[in-house]
Design a protein around this ligand. Structure first.
Ligand SMILES: C[S@@+](CC[C@H](N)C(=O)[O-])C[C@H]1O[C@@H](n2cnc3c(N)ncnc32)[C@H](O)[C@@H]1O
Length: 290
């Protein structure tokens, strides 16, 4: 199958491309931006004027990811998704929800392209700033401004969905997932960046977050794995960039920012967990965990 699976955000009917415009048979039209992305987030669905990460956060994330320090996470995800794709009859339609400025989506597309020549990879983020930046990474990915809670994708069409460091929206994922579809999530583990958290907070709690309960109504967890490695951060810019990529950016007070500004070098532990989910079946059929 080599076709688009985009749905009109107004009436949910298929969207077709005519040059730089996308429209449905109900005459709802959406222009492709000059940079190549499509904005399918309806103004009435926005909770704020500029939802999602702002420009400074997007730039901080891009600088940090371009350093390559998180490449092991991308390689690890790509290996898991490719292994699954190699054992699956369907892997052409892939969505990265909360794709940010596109680092992981672009590397995933590069990895999967050889295996799936008909690959359609959709990078979806609610932040227009992030999606704009993502278009500079690759024109090989379909970059969409949209919410993961209400994706402009036809029902039952997504073979693989990935979501890294982004709040999970299982109610939004379920309608678009194919019956055989699988989801890969990557989140912070218990020890993630603990040296940094000791600088930011007086009392550091180990996170015991797991996505399984949140996903449980619609998806079965097939397996989970952990990746742990140390990285050496150099310079205050790189350290503050890393903080700007995390929820600590919103949480820390001025005293913590002042302490952070004094740190010029820091080795931190990256500790991340990946979960693989399958769509729950009514009959409780066994899933293939590749
Ligand atoms: C922590 S960032 C992770 C970005 C990217 N996955 C990465 O790891 O580099 C979370 C991203 O989710 C986006 N986001 C927040 N709410 C969203 C929603 N409802 N739908 C889609 N994206 C959303 C933010 O704009 C931000 O880019």
């Amino acid at each position: 199958m080599n076709e688009h699976v985009l749905a009109c955000p107004v009436c949910q009917r298929p969207l077709q491309q005519h040059n730089k415009q996308w429209s449905c048979d109900q005459q709802h039209h959406f222009d492709q931006a000059r940079q190549g992305y499509i904005n399918l987030l309806l103004p009435q669905r926005k909770r704020s004027k500029s939802p999602g990460d702002d420009n400074d956060m997007v730039l901080a994330r891009q600088r940090f990811l371009n350093s390559g320090l998180y490449q092991p996470i991308s390689d690890w995800l790509n290996h898991a998704v490719l292994t699954h794709a190699q054992h699956s009859a369907h892997s052409d339609h892939i969505v990265d929800v909360g794709c940010g400025e596109g680092y992981y989506s672009q590397r995933l597309a590069d990895t999967l392209r050889q295996h799936s020549p008909n690959l359609h990879l959709y990078g979806i983020d609610i932040s227009k700033e992030a999606v704009r930046r993502a278009t500079q990474r690759s024109r090989d990915v379909f970059w969409l401004v949209a919410s993961g809670a209400d994706m402009p994708i036809l029902p039952n069409r997504v073979d693989i969905l990935v979501s890294l460091f982004t709040g999970l929206m299982p109610e939004g994922f379920r309608p678009v997932m194919a019956k055989h579809g699988q989801i890969f999530t990557v989140n912070a583990g218990a020890k993630h960046l603990h040296q940094l958290r000791h600088i930011l907070y007086d009392n550091v709690r180990e996170s015991d977050y797991t996505p399984t309960p949140r996903m449980g109504e619609h998806f079965d967890c097939l397996n989970d794995s952990t990746l742990t490695f140390d990285i050496a951060l150099k310079g205050t810019q790189q350290i503050t960039d890393l903080v700007a990529m995390t929820p600590h950016h919103w949480r820390i007070n001025q005293a913590a920012r002042d302490r952070l500004a004094q740190v010029n070098e820091l080795t931190v532990t990256v500790d991340v967990v990946m979960h693989q989910f399958a769509v729950k079946t009514a009959q409780g059929v066994e899933h293939d965990a590749h």
